[in-house]
Design a protein around this ligand. Structure first.
Ligand SMILES: Nc1ncnc2c1ncn2[C@@H]1O[C@H](COP(=O)(O)OP(=O)(O)OP(=O)(O)O)[C@@H](O)[C@H]1O
Ligand SMILES: [Mg+2]
Length: 257
């Protein structure tokens, strides 16, 4: 679905990504892993349209989207979460979901003036979608809470919910599990699995916890210092000496797990 094709990204003199290529196949869950500073978030920013690479192309369903603005990529069915959740703290959980809808009410001032009914319909649809998302994520009890009052883990669930409100085909998850306790982490994994297996969503997820990655991912892409280190199944990656070196400076994964 996504082809990340010979991408390089320079920030001034610093090379964050160096001639790196990998695919995100449709219908699968792909893991993107690597040590801190490897370039994972930068890769997501390039795929989602928040950065234009210094070289290379991003293809979405074989279409070149390298310079397409992020809102147009969203309209094509791409959605993402951010490493640092960016909810609106002084809005309720329900409102946070509604404003993330793909077709928010009152989108155009002209529509609001000349076609008020259309705005009302869109708002009604966004409300229904938001209520369904709350039920799906099992956080209906939080709907009227200010987002600022949520716990770290609950904010991650809201972040996933905001991505779902755009009714995407592919979701890029940047460390949705970081700092989340085991129970909630398991729940988030179940939701991702369910969305993939029963609704056909494609996922690419950045995560540091290899057990979590191995539970969810069909295949894994490993970045290190801005370069593609390898790609393969979770087991291939776990046992690869280069990956072990990059992560742990030697030894075996089991020694550190
Ligand atoms: N906007 C920017 N300006 C300058 N340098 C940047 C910018 N964004 C990222 N970098 C640099 O690019 C490199 C890769 O950063 P990136 O955030 O992609 O790493 P990461 O793999 O997501 O790491 P982590 O696991 O810590 O989140 C880092 O050295 C970072 O300092
Ligand atoms: Mg990152």
């Amino acid at each position: 679905m996504i082809q990340f094709n010979q991408i390089s990204m320079r920030f001034g003199g610093m090379v964050a990504i160096n001639n790196c290529s990998f695919d995100i196949p449709g219908g699968q869950i792909t893991g993107l892993i690597g040590p801190n500073g490897a370039g994972k978030t930068t890769a997501f920013n390039i795929i989602a349209g928040h950065l234009i690479p210094s070289a290379g192309q991003v293809l979405f369903d074989d279409k070149d989207i390298t310079r397409m603005p992020s809102h147009k990529r969203q309209a094509l069915g791409m959605s993402r979460t951010f490493q640092l959740a960016h909810e609106f703290g002084r809005m309720s959980v329900l409102e946070n979901l509604m404003v993330a809808a793909s077709n928010p009410a009152g989108e155009s001032i002209l529509n609001a003036i000349f076609r008020p009914k259309r705005g009302q319909e869109a708002e009604h649809q966004a409300y229904n979608d938001a209520m369904e998302t709350l039920r799906f994520l099992e956080i209906s009890n939080l709907q009227d809470e200010f987002a600022a009052n949520l716990s770290g883990g609950q904010k991650k669930l809201l972040e996933l919910g905001r991505a779902l409100m755009q009714k995407p085909r592919i979701i890029l998850l940047d460390e949705i599990g970081a700092g989340v306790n085991r129970t909630l982490l398991g729940k988030i994994a179940d939701k991702i699995d369910q969305l993939n297996k029963t609704s056909g969503y494609t996922f690419c997820l950045i995560e540091h916890d290899l057990d979590y990655v191995s539970r969810l991912c069909d295949s894994v892409v490993v970045l290190a210092q801005g370069e593609l280190l390898m790609k393969g199944t979770v087991d291939e990656v776990r046992n690869d000496q280069r990956v072990i070196e990059a992560y742990f400076g030697g030894g075996k994964y089991e020694d550190y797990a």
